[in-house]
Write a protein that binds this ligand. Structure first.
Ligand SMILES: [Zn+2]
Length: 69
């Protein structure tokens, strides 16, 4: 009787953690993704970087100062 109860409790805890993880994940993804964070490609090496981190000069996009020169 004792072991069965222990297994049942362990199962409940496991399911509880699983559901918590499942419900929390979509919320975190929405928070971590600002709608303004558009990905752009560097015109030198074609690396995709967030638009707010890119260097834009003369209509061209660069990932770093090294590629700007
Ligand atoms: Zn680059």
């Amino acid at each position: 009787m004792g072991i069965i109860k222990l297994i049942f409790v362990a199962l409940l805890v496991f399911v509880g953690f699983f559901l918590l993880k499942k419900f929390r994940k979509p919320v975190n993804t929405i928070v971590q993704q600002p709608s303004t964070n558009k990905m752009v490609a560097c015109s030198v090496c074609n690396t995709h970087i967030p638009e707010n981190e890119a260097i834009i000069q003369n209509g061209r996009i660069y990932c770093s100062k090294e590629h700007l020169e």
